[in-house]
Structures are given as structure tokens and as C-alpha cells.
Ligand binder design. Structure first.
Ligand code: CLF
Ligand code: SF4
Length: 509
């Protein structure tokens, strides 16, 4: 498959992770978000507004599902091993069940009838979508006929892309991801031991040269047809980490819309070549530095959850176990598109409310503080609000608050603190480590014990902003923080991984 495969960093680390096709405008008016509607042309906005991967703002409202109809692959990546399966493992390329196109289409209707947030169906393996072209396109045809409002999304290694561009366009597949890890076959030979192309196996530099040429050609052809292309790249320390800046420039020049640079997930037990060779995952800081370097060139995705090839639900959650083939077969499926369309209207109202409140909060940030920025962690149930209890969080969204606005910079996965009836105090140190560069945590409720421990680690626990819209809440907290500085109550202290403050708390109440 593509690079919906490989990767995850552990909780203690910050989470790893156009030419904009003429669609990205320069202004930035919604509380600092560069994912706001006004930053895109109407045509582009229409394509991305409900897509949880292409639009960071949409992942708070919309879900995706993958149907695992594509088992075979035509190349070998040294970070991939599709034999490994574990239901607790969120790792691209991993699936519990492979489906026929008919089973997949039925599963899509079953999920759509239960999860009105579901806006996109993707085919992301477990092998390569285009190495299984007939199954992939048959599946999309059935879904398009049964549920035409659901967006279709395809992910591929790109080897067969030029041959399939016409069919992709004919089926109105508006979103295609290509995994591109190199634009230099010298480097590619260390990532790809072989490819299978035109009825023969190719190895060495020649294999990477063919793959590279096909990827570039396919990307150019799709961009010329108005298909929004996302490029996924796996950051592999010592192999292509420095080279990915070149990749970024090359894909931008060929019309890619967004670049998703993800960390290699590497562990010997996964049985991958890189895992067995002991090549490490990149540090969170190295990943962020690379993403920052590339961001000036094009839109960069920072909220990727490195999904399984059968993932179902909001990004960061997996509800696939509710929709096994056995369960779908006995399920009463009553799919009603109007339920989803009603949900779209509610999201639209929510978005407008959120944007208005964020703008209002931003207007209250006093001038003269342009050099101050802080990180704020937020936990949400996926409704765009600060709506989750601290103890129920499996991940925190991290925002950088500054006079420019509230900017999403990534997420941090953690173990559950509340285990239904008792608090798992053993996980608290890991949560504190995951958040140790944040000035505050905003949650719907924070219990006395975690409040105490957060304060002792120099992190302000805030539940007085419960159920506020996230960006407005983050900016509200920042405003109070600045006020405390102005009054002399606290001094601004930047936080880094190794820097744990004592004291100096602000309350946003
Ligand atoms: Fe799936 Fe990929 Fe489409 Fe999204 S996932 S096929 S573009 S609908 Fe999204 Fe998952 Fe990251 Fe992929 S979070 S691994 S980027
Ligand atoms: Fe995807 Fe194939 Fe590479 Fe595995 S070997 S990551 S299935 S392209």
C-alpha cells in the first residue's frame, strides 16, 4: 500500500506525523486557523470542508472509514509487514478482515447508518489500491451508486497511477494520496528492495527509478485534472529524513495539495526490515522541525493518526470492531442519507459559531505581546468543543496560542487515566511527560488528584472553560495568561521538554 502504513510515537513524545493547486489563498481570518473557508477558493473548499484528513478543522466533526479490499501489493517497502495483526495496534497496513467489493459496500452502508459523521470512504490497502484495481474500482462504483454523497478517497504507492488516472476521474474520486518517500533513486534503493512492473521484478536503483517516474507522472496527471493530491512521506532517520525537503519541493512543483510527513514506526516485533535493522523512529522534535521547514512551501498535515487499513470512525478512534463482517451480516441496515445531510447542517452552524467566537477572542488579545506564544493541550469528544473529561482522554490536541491566533500543531496520544470506577495513577507520569511543554490543559472536568499533579509539573489545569469552542477557549486562556503577565502576577516562562516550571499558574475563569 501507500503510506497509510507504518508508524506511531509513544505517549511521552509529541505525536509524530499544494502547489496548492491554486486553491490556497493567503489571508488568515478565523482565529488564526489556516484551514478556514476564506483561505480557499470555493471549489477547493467544497472538496475539503468535510474531509477529516485534507482539512484539519474537519477532523473535529467528520469520520472516515477504510474498506480493506486491496490485499496485494506490487512493491516492497522496508517499513512494511502486512502479516502482523493485532486489534490493539493502530498501524497502517494492518487489518483484521479482508473484504470483497460487495461486502465492503454493505459495510459502508452499515457504518453510514450508525455514524452520521462518516463523510469519506477510503481504500488504503492493506496492500496497494491500484495493484488491486478491479476490486478497488468495483467497490467505489457500488458505494457511489448506493450513497452518492460520501466522498471517495484512494491511497496508492503510485506505481500504476498513470494507467488509472482516467478511471479515477471518471469515478469522481476527488482525493488521492500518493506515498512518495524519495525523488532520488539512489536514496530509493535503500527503501524499496524491489518492485513488480510490466510482468517482471525490478531491483536496485532501476526499481526506484521506475517508481519515481511513475509517481511524478501520476501526480502531474491528477493535478492537471483537478484531483486533490495528498503526498504521504515516511520520515526514515538516516535514510530520507534530510531528503524530504527536496521531496516537498518536487511534489509542490507538480501540483500536490498537501504534504503529510509521518514518522517511521519501527519496532523489531513488527518484523519489518527497518525494525529488524534497529532504525529508530524519528524524535517528535525532529519531525516537527521537518514539518516546519516544509510548511513554508505548502500545506502540511499534522493531524494524521496513521490509520489501519480497516479503520472506522473519527480520526484517533477505531470502531471497526462494531462492524465486523459477522456483525454487518446480521445487522439491520436502514441507511437514510437525510440523517447525514442534517448532520452537515448542524456542523455548518457549529463552524460558524466557532469561527465567530474565535475571531472575537482574538480581537481581545492585547497588542504588544507578539513575541509570546504558549502551547495549550485540549481534550474534546470530537464536537469542536472542550468537552471531554481529563480522565477520559486518549489523546490531547495541542494548540499554539499567540497574538496570531490558535494554531493546531499536533496531537499526543496517552493511556486512559480513568478506568471506569478507578483512576489509573500509574499512567499519570506518562501523561505529564506527554504534555510537559504545555502551559495548560483545558478539559471539561479535571479531578483533584490530576489537578494537583499537573500543577506540581507546572501545567495549569483548567476546567472553567468547559464546553467552549476549542479555538475560542484556547485564546480565552491566552488572554488571561497575558493579563497575569501584565499585572506582574506571573512572568512568561517558555517551556521546553526539559523545562518543568514550578508555580506560576493562571486561571482562565
Ligand atoms: Fe483514509 Fe487516507 Fe483518505 Fe484519509 S486516512 S485514505 S486520506 S480517508 Fe488520514 Fe489516516 Fe493519516 Fe491517511 S489520518 S493515515 S492521512
Ligand atoms: Fe504499502 Fe506495499 Fe509499501 Fe506495504 S509494501 S507500505 S502495502 S506500498
Amino acid at each position: 500500500m501507500q503510506t497509510h502504513k507504518t508508524f506511531i510515537l509513544q505517549p511521552a513524545s509529541p505525536t509524530p506525523a499544494s502547489g496548492c493547486a491554486g486553491g490556497l489563498r493567503s489571508s488568515c481570518a478565523s482565529g488564526g486557523s489556516d484551514n478556514a473557508q476564506e483561505n480557499f477558493s470555493p471549489e477547493i473548499w467544497d472538496k475539503i470542508k468535510n474531509h477529516p484528513c485534507y482539512n484539519e478543522g474537519a477532523h473535529q466533526h467528520f469520520a472516515r472509514m477504510h474498506v480493506a479490499v486491496a490485499p496485494a501489493c506490487n512493491i516492497q517497502c522496508n517499513y512494511c509487514n502486512r502479516k502482523f495483526d493485532c486489534s490493539n495496534e493502530s498501524r497502517p497496513g494492518v487489518v483484521s478482515e479482508k473484504l470483497t467489493p460487495e461486502q465492503a459496500a454493505k459495510k459502508v452502508l452499515a457504518v453510514a447508518s450508525k455514524i452520521p459523521q462518516m463523510s469519506v470512504v477510503g481504500i488504503a490497502g492493506p496492500g496497494d489500491a491500484l495493484a488491486n484495481g478491479d476490486k478497488t474500482f468495483d467497490t467505489f462504483e457500488m458505494i457511489a451508486a448506493a450513497a452518492p454523497h460520501i466522498k471517495l478517497c484512494l491511497s496508492t504507492n503510485g506505481l500504476l497511477l498513470p494507467e488509472h488516472v482516467d478511471r479515477i476521474q471518471a469515478l469522481n474520486i476527488e482525493h488521492v494520496t500518493i506515498t512518495i518517500n524519495m525523488v532520488d533513486p539512489e536514496i530509493g534503493q535503500h527503501i524499496y528492495p524491489w518492485i513488480f512492473y510490466k510482468n517482471r521484478r525490478w531491483t536496485g536503483i532501476e526499481a526506484s527509478r521506475i517508481l519515481h517516474e511513475q509517481q511524478m507522472k501520476g501526480l502531474e496527471m491528477l493535478a492537471a485534472r483537478g484531483v486533490l493530491c495528498k503526498v504521504n512521506s515516511v520520515m526514515i532517520p538516516g535514510i530520507n529524513d534530510e531528503h524530504l525537503v527536496e521531496v516537498n519541493k518536487a511534489v509542490k512543483a507538480r501540483g500536490a495539495f498537501i504534504h503529510n510527513i509521518m514518522p517511521l514506526i519501527s519496532a523489531p516485533e513488527h518484523g519489518t526490515v527497518f525494525g529488524l535493522q534497529g532504525i529508530p523512529s524519528p524524535s517528535a522534535q525532529a519531525l516537527k522541525n521537518l514539518q516546519d521547514q516544509c510548511e513554508g512551501n505548502m500545506k502540511v498535515m499534522r493531524h494524521c493518526r496513521q490509520c489501519r487499513a480497516d479503520a472506522v470512525g473519527m480520526l484517533g478512534e477505531d470502531r471497526n470492531a462494531e462492524f465486523t463482517q459477522e456483525k454487518v451480516d446480521t445487522m439491520e441496515i436502514s441507511y437514510d442519507a437525510s440523517v447525514h445531510l442534517d448532520y452537515l447542517k448542524r456542523v455548518e452552524a457549529r463552524r460558524q459559531g466557532s469561527a465567530a467566537q474565535a475571531l472575537s477572542a482574538l480581537s481581545e488579545i492585547t497588542s504588544g505581546n507578539e513575541d509570546i506564544s504558549i502551547l495549550v493541550a485540549v481534550t474534546s469528544k470530537g464536537d469542536g468543543k472542550i468537552s471531554q473529561h481529563f480522565g477520559h482522554a486518549k489523546e490531547f490536541q495541542i494548540f499554539e496560542a499567540s497574538a496570531k491566533g490558535a494554531k493546531f500543531i499536533g496531537h499526543r496520544r496517552v493511556d486512559l487515566y480513568c478506568q471506569g470506577g478507578y483512576d489509573n495513577e500509574e499512567v499519570l507520569p506518562n501523561i505529564l511527560r506527554a504534555l510537559n511543554d504545555c502551559h495548560a490543559v483545558l478539559a471539561a472536568k479535571i479531578g483533584a488528584c490530576p489537578q494537583h499533579e499537573l500543577k506540581a509539573s507546572g501545567i495549569d489545569p483548567v476546567d472553567s472553560l468547559a464546553f467552549e469552542y476549542i479555538e475560542a477557549g484556547v485564546l480565552g486562556y491566552f488572554k488571561t495568561y497575558l493579563a497575569k503577565i501584565a499585572s506582574g502576577e506571573i512572568a512568561h516562562t517558555p517551556r521546553g521538554d526539559a523545562q518543568i516550571r514550578q508555580g506560576a499558574f493562571v486561571s482562565a475563569a
